[in-house]
Design a protein. Structure first.
Lengths: 132, 116, 250
């Protein structure tokens, strides 16, 4: 038995395993969206902090949001955060498995409900923030 | 029961993920596109308006939630990402750092919002 | 001129080598052949020493799992024509120690399957005596767990799972799906007992929902969903125990 165990071959897994196939790569991108989620939350935190530092500090910060750098960073963040949103909602039917008798409620319906909710929330937030 | 305490972090991860998915895209569009390009009406982010809004406790709570929960979402997800790329040997240290940063961010935002 | 195809196959003969090699074989290309047919041809006509597992040739026994161009597949379900004219690379399923050629050690998997307690568990005193007849179950109740009962133990999900590849202490997709098959069976009362394993650090909490396990499953068991649902139910349990500590544990 000892001899057999010694001769069993164990293959190693490289740390770059996620680059070898598309599904794994997309998984890693999905996981990395969390960095941009955190990044934007820190941005919001700084915005709120500047609010406590007086009109001038705050207004300067808001003015800086008009810079090309700020816009570029926002667009990159938006791409990643949208990828988070889409992958998140698309996975909800895996977690929310609901039945009507024997019939399973269609996965599209479950995910679709979240997309509709997203639209409603977005409109609500835009209305609140922009005071339209 | 060999009950793991993962559920608390997973709950925060899930809640944060839902908040981020629902609310962050529109906010990024507002601060990154609408506002810089003057498409957001007449200076809606001006100091007086935002300051009076954030002086109200319900608004403070909402902003606190929007900042804090996604930080825990990041912490949990990033922790596992680092393990997945080969840092399993220091997984406990990574967990402490990630959740620690999220907790720190939460406390900082609570303190700042409280004092508006 | 008869068409041919090349198969590059992982070879490992512990009695004569300490490292594996790859050996390329040229086989006839037939429209209706699957990879298993090609491998059987090699064994019969070219190299009788090639070692591999197979049985039913129809996707129900779960024996013939291999990596085909880095994707876990049943060799009896992968058609040559889907790869022709390119070369195919065949290796043993990822994540398992290799015994010889395409044959891997599945002891870890077998152990986990038995540890999950894959049988109906009734509580003390609630076992129905034989003369009372069978446990009745409606079609709706069957529908709740039927999908998870379709597993053929082929281990493609373990081969697809990067978590298992990096850490073989992970209980893994098929074992957890099997546990859920019983947890969701209306006749079963053993969920708490399975939670020891399922809700442990090596259980559901190592899963990062890559989802490849469900993508490669030949029987649409969807183990990824089984695991996420177990996360939800385990979390609800956790909150109940923490917030209502005086509640009687079932």
């Amino acid at each position: 038995m000892g001899e057999k165990e010694m001769s069993t071959y164990i293959r190693s897994v490289p740390n770059t395993w996620w680059m070898k196939r598309k599904p794994y790569f997309l998984f890693m991108i999905r996981e990395l969206t969390s960095v941009f989620v955190a990044g934007y939350c820190i941005f919001l935190l700084v915005l709120v902090y500047k609010l406590t530092q007086g009109v001038e500090a705050y207004s300067n910060f808001v003015a800086a949001m008009r810079s090309p750098t700020s816009v570029a960073l926002h667009l990159i963040a938006l791409a990643f955060v949208l990828y988070h949103t889409i992958t998140w909602f698309n996975l909800t039917p895996k977690i929310l498995v609901l039945y009507r008798g024997e019939e399973r409620i269609p996965q599209g319906l479950i995910a679709g409900t979240f997309y509709v909710g997203w639209l409603v929330v977005s409109i609500l937030v835009a209305w609140l923030v922009l005071g339209v | 029961m060999a009950r793991s305490n993962e559920p608390i972090w997973w709950s925060l991860f899930s809640a944060g993920g839902m908040v981020a998915a629902m609310v962050l895209p529109v906010l990024i569009v507002i601060t990154g596109i609408l506002m810089p390009f003057g498409l957001a009406g007449d200076d809606p982010l001006n100091f007086d308006r935002i300051h009076s809004a954030l002086s109200q406790p319900p608004i403070k709570l909402i902003i606190f939630t929007v900042i804090s929960l996604p930080l825990f979402h990041w912490a949990h997800r990033f922790r596992f990402t680092l393990v997945d790329v080969g840092l399993k040997s220091v997984s406990t240290l990574i967990a402490v750092l990630c959740y620690g940063l999220a907790i720190a961010g939460t406390i900082v935002s609570a303190v700042i919002l409280w004092n508006i | 001129m008869a068409e041919t195809m090349k198969l590059e196959i992982f070879r490992y003969r512990p009695e004569k080598e300490s490292e594996p090699t790859f050996q390329t074989f040229e086989v006839p290309f037939r429209e209706d052949w699957v990879v298993l047919d090609a491998i059987n041809h090699i064994k019969d006509e070219i190299d009788g020493t090639l070692s591999y597992r197979w049985s039913c040739q129809m996707g129900v026994c779960g024996s013939c799992g291999v990596m085909i161009n880095n994707v876990p597949k049943l060799s009896c379900a992968a058609f040559l024509k889907d790869y022709y004219p390119d070369k195919i690379r065949i290796e043993p399923l990822t994540g398992f120690p290799v015994e010889r050629d395409l044959i891997f050690e599945m002891d870890d998997f077998m152990t986990k399957l038995t540890e999950i307690q894959p049988y109906i568990i009734r509580k003390e005193g609630e076992e129905k005596p034989l003369d009372e007849g069978e446990y009745l179950q409606s079609p709706a109740e069957l529908a709740h767990f039927k999908q998870y009962s379709m597993c053929i133990n082929c281990m493609l999900c373990y081969a697809a799972c990067p978590v298992y590849a990096l850490d073989s202490t992970f209980i893994g997709p098929a074992a957890i799906a099997l546990g859920q098959r019983y947890n969701m069976d209306s006749r079963d009362q053993g969920r708490d007992s399975r939670q020891e394993l399922i809700a442990s650090h090596e259980g559901i909490w190592e899963c990062t929902f890559v989802g490849e396990c469900s993508a490669v499953c030949p029987k649409d068991v969807d183990p990824a969903a089984a695991i996420q649902r177990a996360k939800v139910s385990s979390t609800v349990d956790w909150f109940k125990e923490v917030l209502i500590p005086w509640g009687k544990k079932k």
